[in-house]
Design a protein around this ligand. Structure first.
Ligand SMILES: Nc1ncnc2c1ncn2[C@@H]1O[C@H](COP(=O)(O)OP(=O)(O)O)[C@@H](O)[C@H]1O
Ligand SMILES: [Mg+2]
Length: 294
């Protein structure tokens, strides 16, 4: 699907540019300062502009420490709660401003608008509660068993009733991450933010979990903000991409143009480091062909 949309020589298809009436998330001039010692602070994020349209899949890519996770956490209102954490600029969902919002407003955002998936699913799953109950609790009132099984199945778990009876420790890493996807989707969000969701998984499992995530957000019309250091993951998953370096967005645009005709030295060197690992020059986009469909 993505391959034909971004075939060379054709005008790239952008599924909405994140602006105008289709806009779901608008971030303008985002800055984040975090304490790094008793008197010291890091400027983790500077003047970041970013938008996500309805139903769009957007990526943030960059090397470790470039500010991707801090940006994602700021957008979900999940930065550490401390008077010394400073968030500047504007974060708007559906035209409503959230910079400076109360913890209660942010909890509403996470209940109704944004779900986050992290690299380590154990950090977000409750170790003492059966999977089925954890998915059911995403709804108010509790989701029915049928709905719970539907979400588990959508996340690619073939025996949803069996999985629902299990505890997190009884599942493999790949299955746990599928449960996290089911939970993220069962909350019925407008936007899923996935921060390196498959970095801890084997490459073969990674490809399947990514394909599931892509298919299910598309099926539900949910927007995706995908954070990864891995250009191949972003190439496979995202229509548009923001390249971050040193806390700033250095380049953005539709994924195919940015990855095939990078304008910035930093993006060029990121791409070179991937290509040196592979003999095929189009390694990034051939990744898409590996996608496993149900
Ligand atoms: N809780 C924190 N306290 C202090 N500094 C942090 C914290 N989290 C991240 N940082 C710093 O912010 C910068 C960006 O980090 P991060 O967003 O995690 O990078 P990435 O996700 O791109 O690897 C780094 O310099 C990192 O050390
Ligand atoms: Mg990170």
């Amino acid at each position: 699907m993505m391959n034909s949309e971004i075939a060379p020589g054709k005008a790239p298809v952008v599924r909405g540019d994140g602006h105008g009436s289709q806009s779901l998330l608008e971030v303008r001039g985002l800055g984040v300062r975090l304490p790094s010692g008793p008197k010291a602070e890091v400027r983790a994020v500077h003047s970041v502009d970013l938008s996500v349209g309805r139903g769009e899949r957007v990526g943030i890519v960059g090397e470790s420490g470039s500010g991707k996770s801090v940006t994602g956490r700021a957008i979900a209102g999940l930065l550490p709660q401390s008077g010394r954490v400073v968030v500047e600029g504007s974060i708007r969902f559906c035209d409503e401003e959230y910079v400076g919002a109360s913890p209660k407003m942010w909890r509403n955002v996470r209940r109704e608008l944004v779900s986050m998936i992290f690299q380590d699913p154990l950090s977000s799953l409750n170790p003492t509660m059966r999977i089925g109950r954890q998915v059911a609790e995403c709804g108010r009132p509790l989701l029915s068993n049928e709905r719970v099984f539907e979400y588990l199945e959508m996340a690619g778990l073939s025996d949803p009733a069996g999985v629902a009876r299990k505890f997190p420790f009884e599942l493999s890493g790949g299955m746990r991450q599928r449960v996290s996807i089911a939970i993220a989707l069962a909350k019925g969000p407008e936007l899923v933010i996935a921060d390196e969701p498959t970095t801890a998984l084997d490459v073969t499992v990674q490809a399947k979990v990514l394909a599931t995530l892509k298919r299910s957000v598309d099926e539900l019309g949910t927007s995706l903000l995908m954070i990864s250091h891995d250009l191949a993951v972003i190439a496979k998953m995202c229509d548009r991409v923001y390249v971050m370096y040193n806390g700033r967005v250095v380049e953005s645009g539709d994924t195919y143009s940015v990855f095939t005709r990078p304008q910035e030295n930093y993006t060029q060197s990121l791409l070179k480091s991937v290509r040196s690992l592979s003999s095929a020059d189009d390694a990034l986009f051939s990744f898409e062909k590996d996608e496993t469909r149900k």
